[in-house]
Ligand binder design. Structure first.
Ligand code: SF4
Length: 582
């Protein structure tokens, strides 16, 4: 029933052929994040640039995918165009279940297709088809075409890129089944560099569930905790956008390019306002009974006689922060319009919003002019931003092409690095304080989800460097094991190590179930070794001045504490990367 190896499909786009590799390592790297790092070490090239055709694009799932709820993520790993180092990005939708039903633990894509192509895979087929007529199409039009022409509705997962990915922008995401993404660090550009417009994964086989008595009982127990307790109600009810108002109230919401940490007009874009006025329905990743995906609508008048078209747009806290509070846009429908345009272009919404916030302040300060921006960027001017997102996605001039490479690259050329809100990549929606800033800036994914620094800031007022670094280290270790299971991190309250151990036993992975702590440490070290081998030096990470100029609920940010945290966490990361592999 279960297999102790990883069934991996390795596809070479140059030849259009693939082969199955059965790889060992279940008891040590588990799956997901751990498996992705293992596969990069096997198929990746640390010394070659990110867009070398030989570099792999990797997708992995975990040992519990399909067996338990919310084991719904897929880990995507690649060498990133953002920093030319190893990177991970996580997405959901139907991708994980489609891979499971296609009888695969991992998909590794190498080479470059001769022309823009669609890769279609399933349990028994592989086809690489030229689709040059899709090149240049936006994400929505591409999705519409593929849904019509790729069989298997309900069982398939469709991954696609838009113009930003085709142009190799490091802000380009991979869209997954419309409402989910491999959002950050430029996975879309990696597909673009491989001439890969889309991937269709057909979950066209079956798999057997464990026949022991413990499994269905445990499944029910997990399911009950997820659905019949209030543990997940935040995500199901208002969604993560419930965070907007309280973060604003506690002066921890990045606003107006982080010139402020709260906005007096926030009522227009709180989660409650979105739910009351824009929410149409909830969606869910396959295998998830929670359904945190909140889908609102935008409409556009196309004829004077009250004729409208409407589109459905998913939103959450991060997207509202990036296109709302960061840009001074405090109208929910205007925020949805900007999110919609980013999605159309295949841009990571968080990166695009934060980059445009920097561009606005740079414009206001005279660092750049309308010659670069093509329009007078102004906080709150949603129509201007809509055009700017289009400009960013299509790379309409030198300025937008450079900005699409990352805010810091634009700032290095034009000036304004001091107020670039970049923590490894464009910041996430928390201005909670020093621990979060260091956590994102040095974190492996440069994500707010690498470790709970934002939560630590909100609970802890002391400035104990060692305690904070111990927390980041330990919390990352726990999260790394969860992402190696490909659990949605929203379920981390349910999937304790003890619960994961029971789940793994119920499915039959006894050795891994009895060794979670050691396996987690080993995976954490493997990921850091891989990142450092591709050029990351945490000692060299710079925190822009803007992060020391703000006041949070704890008072002004303390630059000495920030620096001490950075130094200590950098040394901890290097110990993990270079010490005993465990
Ligand atoms: S909680 Fe949300 S993101 Fe997580 S698996 Fe469910 S629908 Fe997907």
């Amino acid at each position: 029933m279960i297999r102790d190896h990883f069934r991996t499909l390795v596809v070479d786009l140059a030849s259009g052929r693939g082969s199955i590799a059965d790889l060992e390592g279940r008891d040590t790297v588990a799956g997901g994040s751990g498996l992705a790092a293992m596969l990069f070490n096997r198929y990746g090239h640390v010394g070659k640039p990110w867009d070398d055709p030989e570099q792999p694009l990797i997708f992995t799932i975990g040992p519990l995918t399909g067996y338990f709820p919310l084991m719904s993520k897929t880990v995507c790993a690649f060498k990133s165009p953002y920093h030319d180092q190893y990177a991970e990005s996580h997405g959901g939708g139907r991708s994980a279940l489609a891979l499971r039903f296609a009888d695969l633990d991992a998909l590794v894509i190498t080479g470059k297709a001769a022309e823009p192509s669609l890769l279609s895979i399933g349990s028994r087929h592989l086809e690489l088809k030229g689709v040059p007529y899709l090149w240049g199409m936006d994400v929505f039009a591409t999705g519409k075409y593929l849904r019509r022409h790729v069989k298997g509705a309900g069982h398939r997962s469709i991954l696609r890129i838009g113009p930003a990915g085709e142009r190799h922008s490091p802000m380009a995401c991979i869209n997954v089944d419309t409402y989910r993404h491999f959002g950050r660090l430029g996975g879309g550009a990696v597909m673009g560099a491989k001439n890969l417009k889309a991937i269709a994964i057909q979950g066209d086989a079956t798999f057997l569930l464990p026949e022991n008595k413990a499994y269905p009982e445990l499944f029910q127990e997990v399911y009950r905790q997820l659905t019949a307790t209030d543990m997940m109600s935040k995500y199901h009810n208002v969604g993560t956008s419930i965070n907007v108002a309280p973060l604003n109230a506690m002066q921890a919401l990045p606003c107006r390019n982080l010139q402020q940490t709260s906005d007096p007009n926030i009522e227009g874009i709180t989660g409650e306002r979105f739910a009351d006025e824009t929410l149409l329905r909830n969606g869910a990743c396959s295998g998830c009974p929670v359904g945190c995906i909140h889908i609102g609508f935008v409409r556009e008048k196309f004829e004077a006689e009250n004729r409208y078209l409407y589109r459905q747009v998913s939103y959450d806290h991060e997207l509202i922060f990036a296109t709302g509070s960061m840009l001074g846009v405090t109208n929910a429908f205007q925020v949805l319009t900007l999110i919609d345009m980013c999605e159309r272009m295949g841009l990571d919404v968080m990166s695009a919003g934060v980059a445009l916030a920097w561009a606005t302040e740079a414009f206001e300060k005279g660092v750049i002019t309308e010659k670069e921006t093509l329009a007078p960027l102004k906080m709150g001017a949603a129509d201007t931003y809509k055009q700017a997102v289009l400009n960013l996605g299509t790379g309409v001039n030198d300025f937008y092409r450079l900005l699409g490479q990352g805010t810091m690259r634009a700032a290095a050329h034009y000036g304004g690095a001091d107020f670039a809100c970049v923590l490894g990549q464009e910041m996430a929606g928390y201005a909670t304080g020093e621990v979060f800033f260091i956590s994102q800036a040095l974190g492996l994914r440069h994500s707010h989800l690498d470790a709970g620094g934002y939560a630590y800031d909100q609970k802890t007022e002391d400035k104990n460097v060692e305690k904070a670094v111990d927390f980041l280290d330990k919390d990352e270790q726990g999260r790394v094991f969860l992402t190696s299971m490909v659990a949605c991190l929203f379920a981390r309250g349910v999937y304790s190590d003890e619960m994961l151990s029971r789940c793994l036993h119920a499915v039959g992975y006894d050795a891994l179930a009895d060794n979670i702590g050691a396996a987690a440490r080993q995976i954490q070290k493997l990921r850091w070794r891989t990142r450092v081998a591709t050029g990351f030096n945490p000692r060299e990470v710079a925190i822009p001045k803007r992060f020391t100029e703000i006041t949070t609920w704890k008072g002004p940010v303390d630059p000495d504490y920030l620096q001490a945290l950075k130094n200590a966490y950098a040394e901890r990361i290097l110990e993990l990367a270079t010490g005993d592999p465990g």
